[in-house]
Ligand binder design. Structure first.
Ligand code: ATP
Ligand code: MG
Length: 467
């Protein structure tokens, strides 16, 4: 990992020592620079910005420790190695406190110096890489990346940021599917003091309860027949970090009780274990159902709900977010343009913008993303037109369609009448759960007429129940 020509500053008042070190460093392909005093060292340090500084302690105009403090202040990532004959305990402690990377005795053994330098530089590279990855992640998952300036969204983001930076230990995110609960959970983690500790997620709907329990709590060897050895759970692995409990509404009642106990007492035990282990992770739980209602209906523990909802963030559905819809559409259009060179979609046609603003968006941002992705593949023009919107969206566009009394608007690019007929017939069948008699009534036609229309479109034949 060693880079050639890394700059190294030698600070020593003895010229011969500097010369000897200089020669050795050159032979290992470093670029040495020299200084003989505190003042000179700081000047050269600023000019040359060395990666490593080799520091003698006794200097004519002061101590190497002063240099250490000053360079760590100016550029904390600099590596300082103290080179010294007899360094007392006091100085050693001071040097370590000041952030010295290590010590090399005088007379300097060259092999020792070489190894120390190599390790120090490697540490520095690793540290930098970790820092880069961290800051990349923190940017990627920041609240700024969550699109939407509507009042509702601004309020949710501001609240979430304040909570993220507080010391609360559990948070409930509630919002319909596709509203961005995942994004919020990550943004909360990366905006908190926990950002450099793990972020671990578990989906309570995806695993059986016993597995979730052992994933969260861990287990002792022999706790159950498959427990060949002790395993740490997420509660332990996430030390200092955040655990995301997705779809908590799906968690089994018995496990809910155990989770509540952990939240109340701040300690947990591994499955089969006797020792209380303090919980040092923040729990962020998410649900797309209304947990209070679920509680009242008996499918969720009300006591757990009350505990979690002390700090609750409601993420607003897309339909109530006004211009966010257009902003998000533009975001996904930009992305599509980026992905497919040669595509240059400029935006939404007026009709489409109007439909988007009045549509229900029951799948929220996820649904919007899919609609734009589809349209951007199919659309040849500069604007997304109604021609390439899914039929569902066109049909649902009823209430304030503007220029139609029936509430149905002819798409800009036109649409085959048969498609409309079939789509409405299909929806009628769907709404009546396959009861053709009722479905026909909705359309004010006879049951036979409905069957004929369904059959005509081929692929629907036989799929309706109620025959
Ligand atoms: N405000 C937003 N800005 C940008 N992208 C968003 C926003 N909200 C949601 N998304 C995107 O929409 C998709 C769905 O979001 P996410 O997975 O966070 O939803 P969710 O609330 O967790 O849904 P579910 O309840 O289904 O798990 C993701 O691709 C996410 O990146
Ligand atoms: Mg989710």
């Amino acid at each position: 990992m060693k880079k050639k020509n890394e700059k190294i500053l030698i600070v020593d008042d003895e010229k011969f020592i500097r010369m000897a070190l200089n020669e050795a460093l050159r032979s290992w392909d470093y670029s040495p620079v020299e200084a003989g005093s505190v003042a000179e060292a700081l000047r050269v340090f600023d000019e040359e910005e060395p990666a490593v500084v080799l520091l003698d302690i006794d200097l004519p105009d002061g101590s190497g420790l002063d240099i250490l403090n000053e360079i760590k202040h100016r550029r904390p990532e600099t590596i300082a190695v103290m080179i010294t004959g007899n360094i007392g305990v006091e100085n050693t402690v001071a040097a370590l406190r000041g952030g010295a990377h290590g010590f090399i005795g005088k007379p300097v053994k060259l092999e020792e110096l070489e190894v120390t330098l190599r390790n120090a530089l490697e540490t520095r590279h690793l540290r930098r890489e970790v820092q880069n990855v961290r800051s990349e992640r923190a940017t990627k998952f920041s609240f700024e990346q969550i699109i939407g300036d509507s009042q509702a969204m601004k309020k949710a983001k501001e609240l979430a940021l304040r909570i993220a930076q507080s010391d609360v230990s559990s948070i409930l995110l509630q919002g319909e599917t596709g509203t961005g609960k995942d994004l919020f959970a990550k943004a909360i983690h990366y905006a908190s003091e926990r950002a450099n500790s793990p972020y671990l997620a578990i989906n309570c709907a995806a695993l059986p309860a016993t597995l979730i329990e052992s994933e969260l709590f861990g287990y002792e060897k022999g706790a159950f027949s498959d427990a060949k050895q002790r395993k740490e759970g997420l509660f332990e692995q996430a030390q200092g970090g955040t655990i995301f409990l997705d779809e908590i509404g799906e968690m089994e009642l018995a496990l809910q009780a155990k989770l509540l106990r952990v939240l109340e007492n701040g300690v947990f035990r591994r499955v089969g274990g006797l020792k209380d282990i303090p919980l040092d992770a923040r729990i962020v739980a998410a649900s797309n159902q209304n947990l209070k209602k679920a509680g009242e209906a008996g499918t969720f523990r009300l006591d757990l709900y009350f505990r979690l909802s002390v700090i609750q963030i409601d993420i607003p559905p897309l339909r109530s977010r006004g211009d966010d819809i257009i902003q998000l559409a533009m975001h996904y259009i930009d992305k599509a343009n980026h992905k497919r060179k040669g595509k240059k979609l400029k935006g939404l046609s007026k009709d489409v913008a109007a439909i988007f603003k009045s549509y229900e968006w029951s799948g929220n941002v996820r649904e919007l993303r899919n609609v734009i992705e589809r349209a951007s593949i199919l659309e040849d023009g500069e604007y997304v037109t109604t021609t390439h919107l899914p039929a569902d969206l066109l049909m649902a566009h009823t209430a304030d369609g503007g220029n139609s009394r029936s509430g149905i608007t002819l798409p800009e690019g036109g649409i085959p009448l048969e498609t409309v007929e079939f789509e409405l017939a299909r929806q009628a069948v769907e709404r009546t759960a396959g009861n053709l008699t009722q479905a026909a009534k909705l359309l004010d036609i006879s049951r036979d007429q409905l069957r004929y229309k369904l059959r005509k479109s081929g692929d629907y034949e036989g799929s309706a129940k109620g025959e």
